[in-house]
Structure formats: C-alpha cells, structure tokens
Design a protein around this ligand. Structure first.
Ligand SMILES: Nc1nc2c(ncn2[C@@H]2O[C@H](COP(=O)(O)OP(=O)(O)O)[C@@H](O)[C@H]2O)c(=O)[nH]1
Ligand SMILES: [Mg+2]
Length: 453
C-alpha cells in the first residue's frame, strides 16, 4: 500500500440529509472523474454534472469539485461529489469508485495524508478532530485557532529558541569567546531561565486549552444534608439528583453536563462526607474523593456560615477518604442563607472564595455562576485561546522539567550537561508538531478520527 493509492469515503454523517458528499484522494482521481462525470472538470470550481455508474446509468446529478495536487486538503489529487444525502445512493457512488480501483479510507486517512504531505503539522491535524468534536462554540473556535497554527507557531518558536541556546552553549564550550567563562555562563543561564518561563507560560495556556476542549470538571462536595443535590439541580435547571432530609441519600456520583460562558462543564454531585462505618456510604465517599481528585474546581458546600477555611472544614468532616485538594480551585458555597437570614453575597476570605446562596429558591445563583466563570478562567480573552490535548501538556511539562535543574552553577560547572538538557527539551517539544513522532503515535491519533476526514 503506497501513499498514492486512492482512497474514498462518504464525508458527511451517516443517515439521510439534503446533501451527501463523497470524497476521493489519490492518483486515480482524474480517472474516477472521467468515468463518473464524463471528463475532468475545471479545477476548484463547482460544476453541475450527472454521476454515471459503470453501466452508463445516471445515479444522481449534483456538483463535482476537483482539486489537483498539490493544492488540495490532502496534497494529492482530490475530488468531491455532492450528491443527495441518501445512504443507498452514496453507497452506490462509492461502489463505482471502488470498482475503478479506489479503496475505502481508514478513519482520519485524509487528514493523515495532509500531515504526511506537509499540509498540516501534527498538532494542527489533531485540531481538525477537535473542531469536529468541539463540545461548545468556544471550544470549537479555539480548536480552529489551533488548526490555523497558533499553538504550533508558539511551540516551533520555543523549539528554535532552545536550539539556539544549545548551539550558543556548545559554541562557548568548543570556542570560548573573549568573555570570561563566568560571564558566558551568566548570559546562557539567563537565556535558559527566560526559556523556562516561556515554557511555563505556554503550558498554562495549553492547560486552559485542554480544559476547554475536554470540558471542565466540577465536583460538589460537603457534609451530608447541606444541599449538594439541591445545588446540582439548581445549576442544571432540572431535577437530576434526589433531594431529601435524610442524610446519606446520594451515594453514587451523579454527573450532569452543562454549558457556562461557552464552555462545557461536567458537574458531579457526590455522597456527603462524614465519619461512617456503612460500607455503601464509604464506597460513595471513595467515589466522591475520586471526583475531587480529578476536578478542575471543587464547590465545597456547607450550611454552617461560620466555616472559614477549606482545609479546616475538610478536616472537621472526619471523612477518611478526603484527599488533597491543592490541585483544584475551591469555592466555599454557604447554602441555606434563608435560614440565617442574610443576603446573597460573594467574599474572598482565608484560603478560598466564599459565595452565600440559597439553592432551594435560587437566591444568589447568578453570583455562583460568576464565581465559577472566574475560577475556571472562562474570562480569558477568546482570541488568546487555542485547544491542546493531554499529549501536548505532557510534552510541555517534560520539556520544562528538563530545564528545571539548570542554574548558574550548573551552567558554569557542567555546560555540556545543560546543552544535553536543551537538546532533549527541544526534541520533546517537537513531538507536539510531529517533527519527531513515531508511527505508533500517528496510528493512535488518526484512528480516533471519523471516516471521511
Ligand atoms: N432552608 C433551605 N433548605 C435547603 C436549601 N437547599 C437544600 N435544602 C434542604 O436541605 C435538605 C438536604 O438537601 P439535599 O440537596 O438532599 O442535601 P445533600 O445531602 O447535601 O445532597 C433537603 O431537605 C433540602 O430541601 C436551602 O437553600 N434552604
Ligand atoms: Mg445529596
């Protein structure tokens, strides 16, 4: 199988619709066109033609498009038949193409060819899938920014700076210049520290992008009976979790998807946290602890207005499963203010943001919405956003850690080791854009695409 064999697939979703698009890419495309529509149409212009099968029967009439290599999505000769969106018809059109020597495309194979032919780098190719899968308009627009190469450009620039720094450092080892060695080490060290800062900044933005693409996870936790399930229902706008005065009602984690500020959120209602010997309740708390560990944001609900600090309150609950929450943002939600009574409000105090609400009648919910948006940094300027994936975050983290040990002393004492760290950091970063990617990684990435893309 060579890269120039011709692939074909339906590019529109399965089912019936106004239009169905069949796409083919590869060296047979001119022959496919000649056979199906009589001749090769003018490049890049929509032409109305009859689509004829091998026996001279007209299957449909529609627009045909021809993109000669290399100015096409895949970089190869490519054509599209815009037919009516009927699955039998599209199948018959595909069969004509197969009879002429094309073969069914694997998932993502069009985009894979675009990558192999240098039309897109790997992060851009991944962004194609993220544009299609986008869980909200905001995530989709951010994926489009990655597709345009915004993220890749920043990665490529860092790779170039890492390489420059390494070359300069190696140069100063091989050919010490006029500067005294200490001054050289100082100059190179300052340069590397700036690079590390650049990596950290890009990592921060990529984390935000990854969260945007995957949706943020929010865990609602707290003691039994404080109104966690009531809050989930209020935020979801529907009765999803059972609300009851009986403590320990919620035992499993209940997840609800919603959209806030254009971002997809998954809310998790959890079992109340307390010291308990009940096996099922304990399992519920273990699951709550899991939801906490993987959450981007924790809403710690309480009906005790005196609660001030996250750490102290978690301690006081006495639940054996409670985990470290230092990785997530935490908002303390003071519920049931109607009983105090007091006005809804929002304050920053000790180690957390405090919001005062009454979930049952919806008082203060808009304040909680605003706090959620701020805590999840949903207010980042849209034009600065791009999507990223867990794979990209790992590479950025590894590259940053590679430079983690570099200091002035090391630049002085072991410049060749520092140069080696710079080389490894650049290599790791380059996997993001696919300049150094294994076939296994490519297989894994493209297999998750839909067929026809
Ligand atoms: N007064 C008052 N009661 C509430 C409020 N929110 C929830 N409750 C009540 O508190 C009890 C426990 O609620 P629930 O949501 O099941 O708590 P959970 O155990 O934390 O999930 C129920 O009787 C609710 O009706 C509120 O804002 N004000
Ligand atoms: Mg509950």
């Amino acid at each position: 199988m060579t890269a120039t064999d011709t692939i074909a697939a339906v590019a529109t979703p399965p089912g019936r619709g106004a239009l169905g698009v069949v796409r083919a890419s590869g060296s047979l495309v001119p022959r496919l066109l000649a056979s199906l529509v009589g001749s090769v149409p003018a490049p890049r212009s929509a032409t109305l033609r009859s689509f004829t099968n091998g026996h001279g029967e007209v299957l449909d009439r529609g627009l045909v498009l021809y993109f000669p290599a290399p100015a096409s999505y895949t970089g190869e000769d490519l054509c599209e038949f815009h037919a009516h969106g009927n699955p039998h018809l599209l199948r018959a059109l595909l069969d004509c193409l197969y009879a002429l020597g094309a073969r069914p495309a694997r998932p993502g194979e069009f985009t894979e060819r675009a990558f192999r032919n240098g039309k897109l780098d790997l992060a851009q190719a991944e962004a194609v899938a993220d544009v299609i899968e986008g869980s909200s308009l905001r995530a989709t627009l951010s994926a489009l920014r990655s597709l345009r190469g915004e993220f890749s450009r920043q990665v490529t620039e860092l790779v170039a700076r890492l390489t420059d720094a390494r070359v300069a450092l190696e140069g100063s080892i091989d050919f010490p210049d006029d500067l005294p060695p200490a001054a050289t080490a100082e100059r190179e060290c300052a340069r590397i520290v700036a690079l590390r800062d650049g990596l950290t900044a890009l990592l921060g933005r990529a984390r935000h992008g990854a969260r945007l693409a995957a949706g943020a996870s929010v865990a609602i936790i707290g003691a039994p009976n404080v109104g966690k399930s009531t809050l989930l229902n209020a935020l979801a706008g529907e009765e999803r979790a059972i609300v009851s005065q009986v403590p320990g009602t919620t035992r499993d984690v209940i997840a609800v998807d919603l959209e806030l500020g254009g971002m997809a959120l998954r809310l998790h209602d959890t079992a109340g946290l307390r010291a308990s010997a009940d096996e099922i309740e304990l399992e519920g708390m273990r699951r709550a602890a899991q939801a906490m560990t993987s959450a981007d944001l924790i809403l710690l609900v309480t009906d005790d207005p005196k609660v001030r600090s996250v750490a102290a309150h978690l301690d006081a609950l006495g639940d054996p499963c409670v985990t470290d929450v230092s990785n997530a943002a935490v908002v303390i939600v003071h519920n049931k203010i109607d009983r105090v009574p007091r006005q809804p409000g929002r304050e920053r105090c000790v180690d957390a943001e405090h919001v005062f609400i009454a979930a049952r009648d919806g008082q203060g919910l808009e304040l909680l919405h605003a706090t959620l948006q701020d805590s999840l940094a949903l207010t980042v300027a849209d034009e600065d956003e791009f999507t990223a994936r867990a794979r990209h975050l790992r590479a950025l983290e590894l590259a940053r850690d590679e430079l983690g040990h570099v200091d002035l002393q090391r630049c002085n004492d072991a410049p060749e080791l520092v140069a080696e760290s710079l080389r490894r950091a650049a290599e790791t970063l380059a996997t993001i854009t696919g300049d150094a990617s294994s076939e296994a990684l490519l297989g894994e990435i493209f297999a998750r695409f839909c067929i026809g893309k």
